[in-house]
Write a protein that binds this ligand. Structure first.
Ligand SMILES: [Zn+2]
Length: 281
């Protein structure tokens, strides 16, 4: 016979723990808008390069974090962005490289074409995949907006090429707003970051040489970024500022760089919301 006691059972304890967790979560996290059907189970994982070959050349480590769960393995179509590799795409969707090769009739040394559409079988998540390279030149982080309502790296890359930028997209990272087939809050890594090249995003103050350029898709003179974009921006800034030892005073909007004559990233950019997210774990 089961003994009755006053002690709560495992289910009650779990529910209580969940309630405490929810009650103690800060305002920033409370406002997370979950894109997928379920929340991401793993907050972050760091892979030493040797455990997930081949790691991008020169990268000391790769930091990954889930943005969206797919709600079960799903076959999707991925449009290849500038300098994206099968390795990166496999990490983004948590799918083995071999499965992507097989599903698309590719061989390991085949190169991808920008704009090529790849079948991704059994995609589980959409993840941020941030490679970190030892490089003492990065002392600032400069935040921009694209001043467009919609966007993705491929489109910005072409637009910047057309404006005569010698190496396409001038930023190091682009944070999407859920338009043109990209995720809301998805971080796209630009070829300039992967090649550790100087930016073409802020001439003032010599920031192209010493500043990491991050742009959010949107026009924040008119609108606000999505909460997912702010969450992803805070995550990216935290990751980069910790690794490169960049003090938060060196994280600034384009318009706040001395000598810059622009309102980028927009008059309505929510700095207090970002600061709140940055100071929370
Ligand atoms: Zn700007």
């Amino acid at each position: 016979m089961r003994r009755l006691t006053n002690r709560p059972d495992a289910g009650t304890l779990f529910a209580l723990a969940l309630l405490v967790m929810l009650a103690t979560t800060g305002g920033c996290s409370r406002s997370i808008e979950v894109v997928g059907p379920t929340a991401c189970p793993l907050p972050e994982r760091t892979s030493p390069p040797e455990s997930r070959p081949p790691t991008p050349p020169g990268a000391a480590k790769v930091v990954e974090r889930c943005l969206t769960n797919m709600g079960g393995p799903k076959t999707i179509v991925h449009e290849v962005g500038p300098l994206e590799t099968v390795w990166r795409i496999s990490r983004m969707y948590d799918v083995p490289v071999e499965s992507i090769y097989r599903a698309n009739g590719l061989k390991p040394n085949d190169s991808l074409r920008v704009g090529q559409r790849l079948t991704i079988p059994n995609a589980k998540q959409l993840r941020h995949v941030i490679s970190l390279y030892p490089n003492p030149q990065w002392k600032y982080i400069i935040v921009h907006h694209t001043a467009t309502d919609i966007g993705k790296a491929l489109q910005v890359d072409r637009a910047h090429h057309d404006r005569g930028f010698w190496n396409g997209i001038g930023y190091h990272f682009l944070i999407d707003n859920g338009t043109l087939g990209k995720g809301d809050g998805q971080i796209e890594v630009s070829p300039r970051w992967i090649k550790q090249q100087v930016g073409a995003h802020c001439k003032a103050g010599g920031m192209n040489d010493k500043g990491i350029g991050i742009a959010l898709v949107g026009n924040f003179n008119e609108d606000l970024p999505t909460q997912n974009q702010i969450q992803s921006l805070a995550y990216l800034i935290k990751t980069l500022s910790q690794y490169y030892e960049i003090p938060l005073k060196n994280v600034m909007g384009h318009r706040d760089v001395e000598g810059a004559s622009t309102d980028c990233p927009g008059k309505r950019f929510p700095w207090s919301n970002l600061r709140q997210c940055l100071t929370r774990r």
